[in-house]
Design a protein around this ligand. Sequence first.
Ligand code: CP
Ligand code: NVA
Length: 308
Amino acid sequence: MKHFLDIHQTSPHDLRAMIDQAHAMKTARNGRPKGTPDDDQPLAGRMVALIFEKPSTRTRVSFDVGVRQMGGQTMVLSGKEMQLGHGETIADTARVLSRYVDLIMIRTFEEATLHEMAEHATVPVINGLTNRTHPCQIMADVMTYEEHRGPIAGRKVVWSGDGNNVCASFLHAAGQFGFDFTFTGPEPLDPEHIWLDFARGKGVQAVIERDPVKAVQGADLVVTDTWVSMHDPESAKERRHNQLRGYQVTETLMAQAKPDALFMHCLPAHRNDEVTSAVMDGPHSVVFDEAENRLHAQKAVMRWCLGV
Ligand code: CP
Ligand code: NVA
C-alpha cells in the first residue's frame, strides 16, 4: 500500500520520480484545453474520494480536475456532512470508503486523523493538509522551482514568518531533495525542532536566523505563508500580527536575495500582511505557477499511489 502521508516518509528516489513525471505530464498537456483528457488514461474506471474538513480552493479543484484529466471520477465530501462529523470513527469510515473507492485524499485537522485513516484503509490515502504538514503543496513548489531555475539541490531557501504546516513540509523537502533551509521568524513561532533535525540529519543546513535581512541574503527562493492558519484560533490573530510584522516579505527584503531569486506563497495570500502586493505581483513571484503545478504534481502523486 503506497500512502502519500508526508515527504519525510517517502523515499528521495520516489519523490524525484514523481516530480519528473509531473514535469513530463505538464509538457504533454502543453496548450491543450483544461477540460480535455490526457492521452494516457491511467485512472480510467477509478473512483477518488476527496474529503475536506477545512476550506480549500486549490487542493479541491486541482485534485478534482487532475483525476478527471486522467480518466477517473471523483466525489468531493465535506467532513461535516459525513457521519465522520457525527461520531462515526475514522477507522470505520476508512473501512467503508475502501469498499467503494480506489483512493482517498483527506484534508483534516489532527495528524492522528490522517494516520488512522491510512492505518485502516485498504486503498491509498493522500495527505491534503493537516495542522502539521502539507506535502502536496511542497511537491508543487519543488516542481515550480525546478521549472524556472533547474535543480533545487544545493540551493538556499528562506522561509519568513510562521513556522507552520507548510514550513514543516519544506523542511522535509530540504532533507529529501538536498537544499539548505533558513527559517526567519519570532521564537514562539519556530518550526518544530525535530524537523530541523530531520533536515540536518540528511546533511543539509537547516538554521534559524532571527534577523530577516540577514536570513534572506543569498537566497535562491523566499517563501512565506499566512500568519494565521486555518487551525489557529481567531484570538491569536492580533498577537500574531504584532509578532510577525517585521517578517513581511517586501521589495526591500527581496532585494537582499540573489537577483534571480524566486518568491513563493502557497496561497491564499493576505496581501499587505505576510507579503506586499508589489512582491506578489512583481518579477520574482511565481505564485500562480505554483498554484497551477498543484495539478500536475498531484497527478503524479496519485499515479505513484495507485502504481499506474
Ligand atoms: N495552497 C492550498 O492548499 O490552497 P487551498 O487551501 O485553497 O487548497
Ligand atoms: N498554513 C495554511 C496553509 C493553507 C493552504 C493553513 O494551514 O491554513
